[in-house]
Write a protein that binds this ligand. Structure first.
Ligand SMILES: [Zn+2]
Length: 524
């Protein structure tokens, strides 16, 4: 963890509000500005270390620090050894037990009864039935789980940490507590400016008490000019893909994202080169068809559009409102769905953004949804501006738009029944897609689409963890995994809306209360 990360995010937050930043942003020079901030900060440090007094002071400080650390470790080791011998746990350990709760197991889709979960520091060390609980050490924080329902922390598979926020003069760190407050303990970025996203990820790492885990992604790899100039990166020559991915790999990204302007030759090369580096490739498709991307070995597809737009027979496109009347049992659709199922390609429908931003943003229940009030005022005030700028709502009369959204849900249900593995992402913070809380809306819409609550929850936990390559650490409440747990006061398998009934959120063994987290989000 570089020691400057938190300060840099602070500096970046200052930059955001300066005239200089606005000027730089209009020139689409965000990456340069952040790099400049980083360099300036490091230069300050190296200049201070160059003077002889500074070198002497630095040597003296280092020696004293070394002596202090040695003494501290000796003391800790003695206490720790004694503690370990006396009760089986080192006394420095923090221990939390959630006793006798019901526990959702995403592997089997079952709600297990009367389970006691013990978390030591950041790890789950035991999950036992009521009769098997051994001696719980005295200093354990004990939570009465009777009548409560534990589930793994939710993971949002489609989030932006820079895009949209940057236009609203909000930085990603300002909205991170919203995710945790909603029980979302990890987020997968799906296309952002990589330097800024890395800083936000480091900020989250430094503040586990109020931020989810952040997994970063490449910028949107797109045609020239890229559709989103703030977070897109033009790449049109397949011969240049390898060098680009070498560079991106050094940023420790988890996902590579192909965007709508990318044509097949570049797309195919991105998939090959990313796989060579062990990276997951997903796409918001446009020029590159779903059939071609699937044949070329893509791992995931973002948005229901990346399937829906490729199952429309050309002869029906002359009829007005054809998207809302599409027969999904047409051969084009059946073939693609079967291929997605056969190859186990993840589909992340992101229904929330289609309903709340693209198709039905003007419906009062969506526009005035109580979740929307939770975001910083700057973002909320920007949403209607962005809706106008992007021409939303799209798709003609309200009735046509409603019918079209119903088709998206019908296709989602069809994908599920065919055995296509689903991911659960929201596309927050696009207009009216509230960070964190939109996950509950997304889960509700999946269930409306015909996905049983247990399978929707499995997708939002274990499937999302697997797509991140993190299923050894995340995605279920199992021994050895990280202590990311949400405790609910009602059963989410009875009614998926019960995922909102959050008593507490545990992130890496640390207990967080939603009300404290919400208080951290700026009002303005
Ligand atoms: Zn997106």
């Amino acid at each position: 963890m570089p020691k400057y990360a938190a300060e840099l995010v602070g500096l970046k937050a200052q930059c955001v509000r300066t005239h200089k930043f606005r000027q730089a942003k209009t020139e689409m020079n965000f990456r340069d500005l952040i790099s400049f901030t980083l360099r300036t900060e490091l230069e300050i440090d190296s200049t201070a270390a160059r003077s002889p007094t500074a070198i002497f002071r630095s040597v003296l400080t280092s020696s004293l620090m070394f002596a202090w650390i040695a003494v501290k470790w000796l003391v800790l080791l003695t206490i720790g050894l004694w503690g370990t011998l006396s009760n089986g746990f080192a006394s420095e350990d923090s221990l939390v037990a959630i006793e006798r709760c019901s526990l959702f197991d995403p592997e089997t889709g079952q709600m297990l009864l009367e389970r006691t979960i013990v978390v030591r520091n950041d790890r789950i060390v035991s999950v036992t039935g009521a009769d098997e609980v051994g001696n719980i050490p005295e200093d354990t924080i004990r939570i009465d789980g009777r009548g409560k329902f534990a589930m793994p922390g939710l993971i949002d598979a489609h989030v932006h940490l820079v895009h949209v926020l940057d236009f609203a003069h909000v930085t990603g760190d300002e909205v991170l507590p919203l995710y945790l407050a909603a029980g979302v303990t990890s987020i997968r970025s799906t296309g952002d400016e990589v330097v800024a996203a890395t800083l936000i990820a480091r900020f989250a790492f430094a503040h586990p008490e109020w931020c989810p885990r952040v997994f970063t992604c490449s910028p949107l790899l797109d045609a020239d000019p890229p559709i989103h100039r703030d977070v897109g990166h033009a790449i049109t020559d397949p011969a240049k893909v390898s060098a680009l991915l070498d560079d991106l790999s050094l940023w420790n990204i988890k996902t590579v994202k192909i965007y709508a302007g990318t044509a097949r030759p570049v797309g195919r090369t991105i998939i090959e080169e990313a796989h060579r580096r062990g990276l997951f490739v997903t796409a918001h498709l446009g020029s590159y068809s779903a059939q071609d991307a699937v044949a070329d070995g893509i791992d995931g597809l973002e948005h229901i559009w990346s399937v829906f737009n490729y199952v429309i027979p050309p002869e029906v496109t002359r009829e007005p409102g054809y998207r809302g009347r599409l027969d999904l049992s047409n051969p084009l659709c059946e073939t693609l769905v079967a291929e997605l199922a056969k190859r186990k390609i993840y589909v992340d429908p992101t229904l929330a953004v289609f309903r709340n931003m693209i198709l039905l943003p003007d419906v009062a229940a969506i526009r005035d949804h109580p979740d929307n009030i939770l975001v910083p005022g700057r973002l909320r005030e920007f949403w209607p501006i962005y809706l106008r700028r992007t021409g939303c709502p799209q798709g003609g009369p309200l009735e046509d738009r409603q019918r079209e959204f119903a088709k998206y849900q019908e296709l989602t249900g069809k994908l599920y029944r065919a055995g296509v593995p689903l991911l659960v992402g929201t596309d927050s913070p696009e207009p009216q897609v509230t960070p964190g809380f939109a996950m509950h809306q997304e889960l509700e819409m999946l269930v409306e689409s015909g996905v049983p609550p247990a399978d929707a929850l499995r997708a939002a936990t274990l499937n999302n963890a697997t797509a991140l390559g993190e299923n050894e650490r995340l995605g279920s409440v199992s021994v050895g995994k990280l202590g990311d747990i949400v405790l609910l006061s009602a059963n989410p398998l009875d009614d998926i809306r019960n995922t909102r009934q959050i008593e507490l959120v545990m992130r890496g063994g640390k207990i967080c209360r939603p009300s404290d987290l919400l208080a951290r989000v700026p009002k303005h």
